[in-house]
Write a protein that binds this ligand. Structure first.
Ligand code: DP6
Length: 349
């Protein structure tokens, strides 16, 4: 890298991810109560540009899709204020940040994962430019994942393409609560081109924020059992990703999604985020699978929309099934076609 810079711009594009084993419950400073693993997406991305100049006393400015967005601006300002231990230079610079998503608003796609990971990557690139020193690649991504985690837990996993695991587990020696680690190099070829059709049941704003959701686990009567289950599922899922056993993959993934919703339903306060159409879709997916032997399964985030996962080789059978049987239960018949992605990209400025 050439000379160090005093002002400039950096930009990254980073994906959303869909968790196969769910992070639900946190402790300390954004540490997970159990390990999780997710698949990074290809088309659902946030592009963030960070411009820096020295010694500004003006507050950080944030534009989302060209417009001021104060709720996110406040969240980012707080996030950046708390990073001075990790980026000593930050207090000496004035930052302007702008970001945009490639996916439409309110689709229930986890935008904090792509937003916070792209911002964390920008901050790590800014650090490199200011110091005029390039970090070793592994260290760069580890730091970006660590920083992303402080912004949003699931964002720690979006720093890597393919599959990424976050949270300490005896079954994965490299795992850590502090940052995510890539898992792709161990995965079976059947997962190579894995597809994710995001079936939009409702685009209404989430009824429970993730932070409020995680809090529900603090005094949850089933917390101990849930964390034990998640650890077991995590270990089994790592085995399945290596072996390519799609029957087990689907069983664990669906069980995780329904556990998450079960936990929300019997929390105090209680949330029922599944809609009647979500349940209709689940029944139809299961009966299609039984009747056709097509290895297609679902998962859900903390909302009513379904992620339908399947190997690309089954596309010719799954897409007609979505169009003929499922789309009638979707908001305006809409779904988003996505698939496993290769991870974030730095954008040349
Ligand atoms: C249900 O990462 O959005 O999507 O750390 O508070 O930002 P914060 O929470 P967030 O929680 C994601 C919850 C989930 C499951 C998952 O992605 O693992």
């Amino acid at each position: 890298m050439k000379n160090n810079k005093n002002s400039g711009s950096v930009s990254w594009e980073s994906p959303s991810n869909i968790a196969l084993i769910k992070y639900w419950g946190k402790k300390g400073n954004q540490l997970p109560c159990n390990p999780s693993i997710s698949m990074s997406l290809k088309n659902s991305l946030t592009r963030t540009k960070l411009t820096y100049k020295p010694n500004g006393k003006e507050p950080l400015s944030f534009l989302f899709e060209g417009k001021k967005q104060s709720s996110f601006e406040q969240r980012i300002t707080k996030f950046i204020k708390n990073l001075s231990d990790h980026f000593k230079f930050l207090t000496d610079y004035q930052l302007s940040i702008s970001s945009e998503n490639t996916f439409p608003h309110s689709t229930g796609i986890a935008s904090s994962a792509s937003a916070m990971s792209s911002l964390a990557l920008c901050l790590c690139s800014m650090e490199e430019e200011i110091a005029g020193v390039k970090m070793v690649e592994d260290e760069f991504y580890r730091k970006a994942s660590f920083i992303a985690r402080l912004g949003s837990g699931s964002a720690s996993r979006s720093v890597y393409g393919g599959f990424a695991a976050w949270g300490e587990s005896n079954s994965f020696s490299k795992s850590s609560d502090e940052y995510a680690v890539p898992f792709s190099k161990y995965t079976h070829p059947v997962f190579q081109d894995f597809q994710d059709a995001i079936l939009l049941v409702s685009s209404k704003k989430k009824e429970v924020s993730s932070s409020a959701g995680h809090q529900l686990m603090e005094n949850h009567p089933y917390a101990t059992a849930r964390f034990a289950q998640a650890n077991k599922h995590f270990e089994r899922m790592l085995g399945v990703l290596r072996s390519g056993d799609l029957e087990d993959f689907i069983e664990i993934m669906e069980n995780e999604a329904l556990s998450l919703h079960g936990l929300m339903m019997n929390s105090t306060p209680s949330f029922t985020l599944l809609k009647p159409n979500t349940l209709e879709l689940i029944e139809r997916i299961r009966s299609f699978r039984l009747g056709s032997n097509v290895p297609v399964g679902f998962t859900l985030d903390a909302g009513p929309n379904i992620h339908l996962l399947y190997p690309k080789s089954e596309k010719e059978r799954v897409v007609p099934f979505i169009d003929s049987e499922l789309s009638q239960f979707l908001e305006n018949g809409k779904y988003i076609v996505d698939e496993k992605g290769e991870g974030p990209q730095k954008i040349k400025m």
